[in-house]
Design a protein around this ligand. Sequence first.
Ligand code: ADP
Ligand code: MG
Ligand code: MG
Length: 202
Amino acid sequence: MELSPQILGGWLDAFAAEVAENEALLTDLDRQIGDADHGANMVRGTKAVAALDPADFADARSYAKKTAMTLISTIGGASGPLYGTFFLRLAAALPDDGPIGHAAWLEALRAGVQGVMDRGKANLGDKTMLDALIPATDAFENEPDHPWQSAADAAAAGRDATVPMVARKGRASYLGQRSAGVADPGATSATLLLVAAARTLA
Ligand code: ADP
Ligand code: MG
Ligand code: MG
């Protein structure tokens, strides 16, 4: 695959479409264990990103960086800075435009996920977006023949695994044991990011 602003734009547009399609679900999950704004937050952020024109950027790295700043300034809440940090670190780790292979994508994904961990001080099992992102990156590494589809499948499994979890980070953690029984909204939106990648980057 050739890395370019257009390739990245295809992924981001697909992410915006997935989020728009699933807004009600994200809202409903966040209504149950948060403050019911995750759908609106993610629609606002991904729409603003989809409004950027890949042709305005010299390379994928600068476009990904602008994406990060746009997500931070439009999503808000806890998830805005976390998605922003994901794309900021991903941008910094991307190679120059041109051929990009499995190893380079893996490095960029790992950097993005590590950014989320650094920023939010959360880890696997805390019932956050990391419960989708970490297994997705592991699957990406372990299934080099179809990494994006494996990552999307692992993200979905990780999202489903958040249902019985008790939240240890973010607003849902205020509920204590009552946060169990519902999928984490952020793990659900992060799964959409990987589903969009599997549709566009594979
Ligand atoms: P807010 O909780 O401020 O209303 P959102 O509803 O947009 O923000 O996002 C909530 C999601 O953010 C959660 O479902 C969770 O996945 C994610 N989140 C919250 N805190 C953290 C954290 N410290 N690390 C990783 N993800 C987090
Ligand atoms: Mg919320
Ligand atoms: Mg909120």
